[in-house]
Design a protein around this ligand. Structure first.
Ligand code: CA
Length: 226
């Protein structure tokens, strides 16, 4: 189920497209010219654009460039049989797929599904694993070897910051700037105290570190125990 904008000057084809898309539960809007289509795109933000290559007011590559300047919407180009060379240029210019007339309604449906699938946002990574530590930034929960750790909000932020940069040496200044939002520095003690609490909850100490390692004169790093 998608909102489909059809930019097509041929009324017969337009009507046929609306009918077949509506039969597949899509909602449609139509434009007979490139410029009308652009206005409709900006006003209605469709999920997919079907764009005829032979429009009266603009050539396909100009229309595509204008679409791309305002939107990342998936664009499927519809062309006549003799426009093959233009298709390659349009795919290079950011069209997502194309169909050559005449095509079956099922083909169009398959193309629409495919471009919508590709347009789905990639889920950001939400869990970071370092050794037996699993830090879930979405639920703000931490487990160590399957056991839930009760961390304060700041301890969590500190651990998550280090875990996302596991193996890198992070200075206290960087931690103050990014975890405590004190870009101009502050009390180093704040970091030391939180590191101490964090270590205790991880079941380790500065003298016998496992995950949290001090790098003298530089900062601290989180690593998986050997
Ligand atoms: Ca046409």
């Amino acid at each position: 189920m998608a909102d489909v904008l059809i930019i097509e000057d041929d009324a017969t084809i337009r009507t046929a497209l609306v009918r077949s898309l509506s039969a597949r539960q899509h909602s449609t809007m139509t434009s007979p010219t490139a410029l009308d289509g652009l206005q409709s795109l900006v006003a209605h933000r469709p999920d997919v654009v079907l764009m005829d290559l032979g429009l009266p007011d603009l050539d396909g590559s100009s229309l595509l460039a204008m679409i791309r300047s305002v939107s990342d919407v998936p664009v499927i180009v519809i062309s006549a049989r003799d426009e093959g060379a233009g298709i390659v240029a349009l795919l290079d210019a950011g069209a997502d797929d194309y169909l050559v007339k005449p095509f079956a309604a099922d083909q169009l449906e398959a193309r629409i599904r495919a471009v919508l699938r590709r347009a789905e946002p990639v889920r950001p990574v939400t869990a970071v694993t370092v050794g037996d530590l699993v830090i879930d930034t979405r639920t703000r929960s931490v487990t160590l070897a399957g056991e839930v750790l009760e961390l304060s909000p700041k301890e969590f932020d500190l651990l998550a910051y280090l875990a996302e940069r596991a193996g890198e040496v992070i200075s206290k200044r960087e931690l103050l700037a990014n975890v405590w939002n004190q870009p101009y520095g502050g009390a180093d003690k704040t970091v030391d105290v939180h590191l101490h609490w964090l270590r205790r909850k991880l079941g380790e100490s500065a003298e016998a570190p496992r995950y949290v390692h001090r790098v003298r004169g530089v900062g601290v790093k989180l690593v998986a125990p050997a």
